[in-house]
Design a binder for this molecule. Sequence first.
Ligand SMILES: [Zn+2]
Length: 312
Amino acid sequence: MRHRLDHMLLAVTVACMAATAAPRQARAWGEEGHKIVALIADNYLTPSAKARVDAMLASDTDNLTAHDIASEAVWADKYRDSDRDTTKERYNQTNKWHFVDTELDHPDLDAACYGHPKTAPGAPVSAGPADDCVVDKIDAFARELAAKDTPSGERLLALKFLLHFVGDLHQPLHASGNHDLGGNKVQVTEDGAKPGNLHHFWDTEFVRQLGPDPRQVADNLIADTSPAELRNWSMGTPTDWAREAFGLARDHAYGELGAPNAQGAYALGEMTYGINAEAAVELQLSRAGVRLAVVLNRALGTRKLPMPRAHR
Ligand SMILES: [Zn+2]
């Protein structure tokens, strides 16, 4: 367990924050989670990849977010939600790209990816089929980011979607479901927190319990990452990472829920469910940050085998 003492000291603050939070159906790590992932990744970029990432983000004129790497990691959610209550064009085009809801009772990644539809030849990945999953979009945007002939505007979009989607893939309830929209339909309660749905707790509540400052949380997680973990986490593909996140959801997010009460809600035990959830969230944020760096280094850096450098 990392930083357990800090967590306990923050318990009162967290309880107050949770009481004023306004849970809504959402499908993403909250802003804090995505910022933590991007800040961890930034630490492991090679100098050449970092120079290119910084230059691309500096060229961004979009006003949905600020243009530092942490803020840009939240852009894809803001873009999706920007017409959610009006035309829904952006929402319908990109909403499904944020997850891969492999169902617990029939874990079929291909089905969760809608059969892996192809983007039309010559079309930008950002205009690809709406019915597609986060695994496919990471693979496709990474190829587009690396390709020499990608137009600069599309290359920037590829970067911004990757900054977000590698994080989403590591949220266990973005890689699983129980015919409940990744836990959005499961009502849960926890002492000191406002009742909400299970997905919201994994997106936001358990991340908040790591601390109020994404920079500080990222630095803590970087400091706790061993060279062996760096090597291990740098391996594999987005498909492997999706299966790994699914396993955490199966064993913890869903597997430790216990039995519902008479109203169908689940009480999350703070000393069992909560502790395991926090540990899983720390692990997944750390892995996501390292792997985002791997994806970006591979696409933008040298062609050598990506190997994140030790933390600063
Ligand atoms: Zn998202």
